[in-house]
Write a protein that binds this ligand. Structure first.
Ligand code: CU
Ligand code: ZN
Length: 368
């Protein structure tokens, strides 16, 4: 079929909305009609050409939500008409990682997905007869996409899809870091570095888990205001003295949990240093640039601090995204403040501009 999609033709150039071809879903695959898609930092990062693992041409987008239009042979976990959230982090439910509660990093299709192919090593997307790769296995800056069944979360039909799409990436990454990776305990003190989508999600997750004190640190007053709305009890303007201040306010010990959501290694270091002696856990959720390293003094670790990382918030997508969306529907999470702009597919580059200007938290593309 012919669909409209935002194509990254050349690194460093604006995306071009073009008519491309999308083939039918093969065995184990699903055709999804996109209803909404968030514009995420990773899309912009890839488009810029800075990411050495990036490829072009490709159809970008990975924060999608939509409706199942057709299923390939053998697909059983979704049916035509179901509402789905796209998962760049799939869950096959069969690999050694999927069967283990300690990780959400599914091993089933990593290689092919990393190179922009569907699990059988080919693409369903093409432009003028030339294959077009599937970015992050999702390619959701498009009216339709074909994705593996194991990369779709079957969600409640009550959830508005323009809100549900946030759970496809940034929001789940933040909330999940607090709930599933750190497993924040009630009555504790948490510090969240960064109040973008991921950091705000971590604040909400810490609140849901019953943290007593949630300190959010960012440079923007506007974002700190949003953090208050998600449950931050203290909001501080970031600075070189942040670690000292945390130690001062915690009897010299540090916080029970710290979360890093900026992708800056200097901030990761602050998050590691401000985790509590004895049992403090620093969770790194931000993505640093390739080749960057994190300096940690071993003595901090010997004295009981721990540092861990979290990809997609440790969320096992097919099981836990629907559960998180149910909690949203029950009123536990207020998503409205996150959605700052609604755009059409043709305005996708405007989404990148708004992100660069740090204007709002999320632009969401609405497909008509
Ligand atoms: Cu993302
Ligand atoms: Zn798996």
């Amino acid at each position: 079929m012919k669909i409209r999609a935002a194509v990254l033709e050349e690194f460093g150039k604006p995306l071009v909305v073009r008519e491309v071809d999308l083939a039918e879903p093969k065995a184990g695959e699903v055709l999804v009609r996109l209803v909404a898609c968030g514009v995420c930092h990773t899309d912009m990062y890839t488009a810029s050409g800075v990411d050495p693992s990036g490829y072009a041409p490709t159809v970008l987008g990975h924060e999608g939500a939509g409706v199942v239009e057709a299923i390939g042979e053998g697909v059983s976990s979704v049916a035509v008409g179901d509402h789905v959230v796209t998962l760049f982090s799939p869950q096959c439910r069969e690999c050694i990682h999927c069967l283990d509660p300690r990780t959400n990093i599914c091993l089933a299709i990593r290689e092919q997905q990393g190179e922009g192919y569907l699990p059988d090593g080919t693409t369903r997307l093409s432009l003028d007869g030339e294959p077009l790769r599937h970015f992050m296995g999702t390619s959701t800056f498009a009216e339709y996409t074909v994705m593996p069944e194991i990369a779709l979360a079957n969600i409640s039909k009550e959830a508005p899809l323009d809100h549900a799409c946030l759970f496809a990436c940034g929001l789940s990454t933040g909330i999940g870091a607090a709930i599933y990776t750190a497993k924040v305990e009630p009555g504790t003190t948490c510090v969240v570095f960064g109040a973008g989508m991921v950091g705000l999600g971590a604040v909400a997750g810490a609140r849901i888990q019953g943290a007593e004190r949630i300190i959010c640190v960012d440079l923007s007053d506007e974002r700190l205001e949003l953090a208050r709305g998600q449950g931050a009890t203290d909001t501080w303007t970031a600075g070189p003295d942040t670690v000292e201040r945390i130690l001062e306010e915690t009897g010299g010990f540090g916080a029970d949990y710290t979360f890093e959501a900026t992708g800056l290694v200097s901030v990761m270091q602050q998050a590691a240093e401000s985790a509590r002696m004895g049992w403090g856990l620093c969770t790194v959720a931000g993505v640093a640039g390739k080749g960057e390293t994190l300096d940690v003094i071993p003595r901090w670790l010997i004295t009981g601090r721990r540092v861990c990382g979290s990809s997609f918030g440790g969320v096992k997508g097919r099981d836990q995204v629907p559960a998180l969306i149910d909690r949203y529907l029950e009123g536990e999470i207020d998503l409205d403040p996150f959605i700052s702009h609604s755009l059409s597919l043709d305005e996708v580059n405007r989404g990148f501009e708004l992100m660069e200007a740090q204007d709002g938290i999320r632009s969401v593309i609405a497909f008509s």
